[in-house]
Structure formats: C-alpha cells, structure tokens
Design a protein around this ligand. Sequence first.
Ligand SMILES: Cc1cc2nc3c(=O)[nH]c(=O)nc-3n(C[C@H](O)[C@H](O)[C@H](O)COP(=O)(O)OP(=O)(O)OC[C@H]3O[C@@H](n4cnc5c(N)ncnc54)[C@H](O)[C@@H]3O)c2cc1C
Length: 464
Amino acid sequence: MDYDVLILGGGIIGCAVAYELSKYNINIALIEKDYDVANDISFTNAAITYDGSEAKDEYMANLESMGTRLIKEHCQKFNIKYDKIGSLRISQNDANYNTIEYMYKNSKKRGIDGIRILNADEIYEIEPNLKMKVTKALYSENTAVISPYNLVVSYAEVASDNGVNFRLEEEVIDIKNISKGFKVTTNKNKFTCKFVINTIPNENFNDKCCGTMPNRKNNKMKYILLNDKLENSKSTIIINDINKETFVMSIPTSSRRNLIGIKSDDYLGLESELELSKSILEYIKKELIANIFTETYNENSIIIDDSSLNDGYIKVIGNHYAKVTIAPAIAKDIEEKLKISMNMTEKRDYIDKKREIYVFRNMSNEQRNKIIALDKRYGNIICSCNNVSEGEIIDSIRRPLGARTVEGVKRRTGIGLGNCNGASCNMKIIKILAREMNKSVLSIVDDSMDSRILVGRIKEFNEI
Ligand SMILES: Cc1cc2nc3c(=O)[nH]c(=O)nc-3n(C[C@H](O)[C@H](O)[C@H](O)COP(=O)(O)OP(=O)(O)OC[C@H]3O[C@@H](n4cnc5c(N)ncnc54)[C@H](O)[C@@H]3O)c2cc1C
C-alpha cells in the first residue's frame, strides 16, 4: 500500500484530522485540489467559536462545545489570538424573547455554563455603546472570535513537520474498493491505501463507498467590513433577529474593525442593508466600508458517517455555519475511531509545536530592531496599512506548506487587507512570490489555477 491513511480535502476538517493523526506511526497523505490548504475559508477570516447554546440539535451542540474547548487549547499552543468577547442575542419584541428563552432553556438542558438572560440595565452594562432600545438579551460569555486561517495553517504546518505528505494541486476523481483497502485516483496519480477519510463536502467524483446527504437550502450571507474609524463600535458580538428569515450581526474583529453579517432570503441592496445594520451600529455609513463579501451560509447538520469503518472508510458529510468550531471535535472523534480500528501507536519524536512567526506590527521597537539586525528585510515595510514587512512575506512563502498565491500571502500575513485593499502592495507581493519561487510574474495567480493576475507584458523591460 502507498499509504496507511489518505485524507481527501485540505479544508479545516482535513487539516485538523491530519494534525491529530500525525502523532501516530502511520504513513499519511492529504490530497487537496487547490494550491493552498483552507482555500474555502471565508475571506473575512474572522470565525465565531460557538458554544452549542444556539445549535438546533444535541449532536451539533456537543460538537460545538467540545470544539470550542479544543480551539481555545490549540490557539494557546500555536500562539493564535483567541478573543473571548462574548455574544448578546438581543430581543426587542415577544417573538424574539420566545427565541432567546428557548435557547436559554436548551443551554441549561445541555449543561452549558456561562449563559444568562439579561435585562436592559445588565445589557447596557456589558455593552455601554449599544444605543438601540432592548428589553432582554441572551448573553453567552463563552463565545470567541479567532482567525480560522491561522488555525488551519497551524494544523497543516505541524502535520507536515511530523511527516504528513500534503499533495496540493491534485484533484480526486475516483475511489474504488480493492482487497484490504482502496484505490484513489487523482488527475495526476493513482494511490492505494488502507484507510480513506473523505472530508470533501460536495464531491462530484465517483465515490461508490458512501452516500451523500441531501443539501438543505443554501442561504446567502452578506458581509460588510468597516474600517477602524467607526464611532461607538461594539466590543461584544451582537445578534439582532429581525424576523424568522432575517438577522443582522456585528462581529468586532481582532484588528479593531467591525464586521457586519446580514442574512436575508430577499435581495435587499446596500442602502437597506446599511439601514438594518444601524439597529446595532448607529454611525455606520457608506464611507466607512472597507470591503463587501457575499458568502453561502449553510444550516445543514454534519454527519461523521462511519458505517463503513470496518472496511476502512469514514466520510464527513454536510456543511454548517459553525464548521470551524466543530472541526477539532470531528478530528478527535475520527482519531479515536482509527486508534481502535488501526491499532496505531504514538510517535516518540512527535513535535507538537508550530515554528515561530515574527509579526512586525505586534512587536516592540526593541524587538523590531533585533530582528532587523538579523534580517534587514524585516525593516522593509511593504504594506503600510497593516505594517507588514518584506521579511514576513518571505517567511510566509518559505515556511512548510508556504504560500504559493497572492491570497495565500495575504491570509498568512494580513497584507492587502487594510483600507487600500491591496492597491499599493498587490504588485509587490507578485514580485516577491515570483522571485522566491523562481517563476515569471506572469505565472503568479491570485488563488486558483485559473486566476492569473497579469495577462502579459506590454513592453519587455528587465524589471516590471
Ligand atoms: C459565510 C461563512 C461564515 C462562516 N463563519 C463561521 C464562523 O463564524 N464560525 C465557524 O465555526 N464556522 C464558520 N464558517 C464555516 C467554515 O468557515 C467553513 O464551512 C469551513 O471552512 C469549511 O471547512 P471544510 O473543511 O469542511 O470544507 P472545505 O474548506 O470546503 O474543505 C474541503 C476541501 O476539499 C477540497 N476539494 C474539493 N473537491 C476536491 C477534490 N475532488 N479533490 C481534492 N480536494 C478537493 C477543496 O478545495 C477544499 O479545500 C463559515 C462559513 C461561511 C461560508
């Protein structure tokens, strides 16, 4: 067999599974069709870790509360910012109040601590900047905001350092049972393995091993990222249920910006979306918008289908709005299952540590001078909005599983995500990527194979 375990898909679930299994004496590869891991993570790069109080069923609630515990532990281990800012689901009328009372009772039944129903005085004490009239709110002190991309890249880097073979740019096109294992065919290779863990949510290849879950409706979620000039910005996540189909939420991100999320079945248009957002952020206006994204928001449940466990096949089916939160819990569950069915032993030389990263903007002047003395490229600021240096960009490319695309550099370093939206640094990133990878600038892509940025030269200069 080529591998003991093949993990299909390099999203957060695939990488979390690779991380958990990399501590065992088994031969593992992860197959991902894109240039980079975690390509599907929302570009807003701010994920809420949910505590299970809002989950529709007990199964998802358990996964969320276990996932939240594990994420907190992993953020500490990998030195990732974990902002435990809490959340307020506010109520302005009887229908809202019934919802939050129902959620409160559920969280008590589920044994989730740190959940309270607050009256108006208590709400304004927690969020003094909230100006709208609110009578009650469901408060969770457990909710946090993290950078999901940093978490996935940390899982992948540690797994890679501990021997997991990441096969990027390979697309799985077929899986077949063979005697005592599987044959997995990609667009480039054929591999045999004893065990397959399929984390590809909606695959369109021939998977004869397992069924698929019917997709429920995909909802559209509009995100509006504001710059840091907003007056009276909030420090807690605030969710305002407008009606059964529509809610608006405000998420303070770690870079002191506010992210507004609006879920609605109807097309609203920017003016109406801003009007809805004013219920929470009263000073919001067009001039403060740094970026707008539309993403698909999914309320399916997740199933870890282990019905073919004895044959060596597990499939994670479905999509869910809290998939970042539950990913480490799913990975633990899969680890436990494989421990029994594959009789795995732990590596003696396992290193559960991510290589150091120097983030120039978070350093003191003394630390900056030290690192510039070691490598003067840390003194060359490429992004003046977010203070990102050339040294950090080069490190993001040279690390294990380093960035290969402009988006990969942006997500790893925070460059290009400032108020200029990359207008002044995109070309510089392309040049550094081309130089580091010894490629032509014309071959550098934004994020996927068909996203080349420069179509050609208009004149042949030595430098562009
Ligand atoms: C708008 C939005 C907001 C969100 N907010 C939150 C939040 O606040 N909190 C939270 O916990 N979660 C949140 N999530 C959930 C979370 O970000 C994503 O659902 C999650 O990143 C998906 O992870 P995944 O590993 O299952 O899937 P994916 O990231 O989709 O991973 C699957 C991988 O498989 C690869 N692949 C597909 N087909 C093939 C093939 N044939 N061969 C090889 N590879 C293949 C894909 O390229 C992909 O990398 C949000 C999601 C969205 C859309």
